[in-house]
Design a protein around this ligand. Structure first.
Ligand SMILES: Cc1cc2nc3c(=O)[nH]c(=O)nc-3n(C[C@H](O)[C@H](O)[C@H](O)COP(=O)(O)O)c2cc1C
Length: 320
């Protein structure tokens, strides 16, 4: 079973950090459906050090979601170290460092994927965070900069040497962004080259594929990102229900957790962002999405979802 430092996980399937999605309700939901670890959305080290209200709001947690990894991003070793020291007060189980995000807003400041081009700086950042953190520190990166510059093996060795307790490798290059397919062979090569746990990531959307990737790549764990959106069953051996009736308990639980943990003004936006995805493979899925989008408040939306269950099958004519 996957062990990161002294932390023993009860499943090697991990919810990936997903900015805009992996908030407290979604993390709780994925834990309930079997994720062994959940990771926060990426948190700016500067936001942390300046104690920005938006950043602090992202640190909300409850015991039921444990273990929780909080992910930091930034390019300044001193500020990253300060942010890690401040994070200790929030008692995460792990701190993860983002060295793989390809978004321009992040890379133009030298953070995320850009750190693959500056391994000496990446080393200083890892060392600073390890020095200041009370808990194990992990690193999330990619297989390389582009097809010609596959840096992951050396980068992972550097991370291990700098004190990282595990590495996550997303099987795409920085140049690929989110296009193409994840290269699990490249992930397997990293696994062979380091002795800390390696968590593979990319294109997993169900439990069976997760098991297959664990076996084939010899990874210690796998991370599931987009495949978990509207699909917490990705973490469960029982798999995703094929019918609306089967899916509704998951949708209702997600709504319940949102109602419990999100500020009222964020609920409707969050739900519209996520709920449509539950219906994606059903016949009439666009009508279900329209129904969700047409709701002007959270209470109405919950009533509509409850009504769906009572009708058994939705009367699509009503939505046209
Ligand atoms: C909307 C979105 C937000 C993401 N946010 C983060 C993030 O905050 N930190 C991070 O390290 N990776 C982030 N990622 C990358 C994912 O964690 C993951 O590495 C990537 O999506 C590949 O895994 P998947 O194929 O299972 O989605 C994000 C990806 C998406 C699509």
């Amino acid at each position: 079973m996957l062990k990161i430092g002294p932390l023993q996980l009860d499943s090697p399937l991990i919810l990936a950090p997903l900015a805009g999605y992996s908030d407290l309700p979604f993390r709780l939901l994925c834990r309930e459906y079997g994720a062994g670890l959940v990771v926060s959305e990426m948190i700016s080290c500067h936001g942390m050090v300046y104690q920005q209200p938006n950043t602090l709001a992202m640190l909300a947690t409850v015991p039921a979601e444990r273990p929780l990894s909080i992910q930091l991003f930034g390019a300044d070793p001193m500020v990253m170290g300060q942010a890690a020291a401040l994070l200790n007060k929030f008692h995460p189980d792990l701190i993860d460092i983002n060295m793989g995000c390809p978004v321009r807003k992040v890379t133009k400041r030298g953070a995320g994927s850009a750190l693959m081009k500056t391994p000496a700086l990446a080393r200083q950042i890892i060392e600073a965070v390890v020095r200041e953190s009370d808990v194990p520190v992990t690193v999330k990166t990619r297989i390389g900069i582009d097809q010609k510059t596959m840096t992951a093996v050396k980068f992972a060795q550097m991370a291990e040497d700098s004190g990282a307790a595990a590495v996550t490798i997303h099987g795409r290059t920085w140049a690929q962004g989110f296009t193409g397919l994840a290269d699990w062979q490249a992930i397997a090569e990293v696994k062979k080259a380091v002795s800390i746990p390696v968590i593979g990531n990319g294109d997993i959307d169900d439990y069976q594929t997760a098991q297959q990737r664990l076996d084939e790549a010899g990874c210690d764990g796998v991370m599931i990102g987009r495949g978990a959106l509207g699909n917490p069953w990705a973490f469960s051996a029982s798999g995703r229900p094929a019918t609306l009736e089967g899916l509704l308990p998951g949708v209702r639980r997600h709504l319940e957790l949102m109602a419990e943990h999100l500020p009222t003004d964020r609920m409707l936006g969050a739900i519209k962002n996520q709920i449509g995805r539950y219906f994606k493979e059903l016949p009439h899925s666009s009508q279900y999405r329209k129904l969700v989008c047409a709701c002007s408040d959270f209470a109405t939306l919950r009533q509509e979802i409850d009504a769906l269950g009572q009708q058994g099958t939705l009367k699509i004519e009503d939505l046209r």
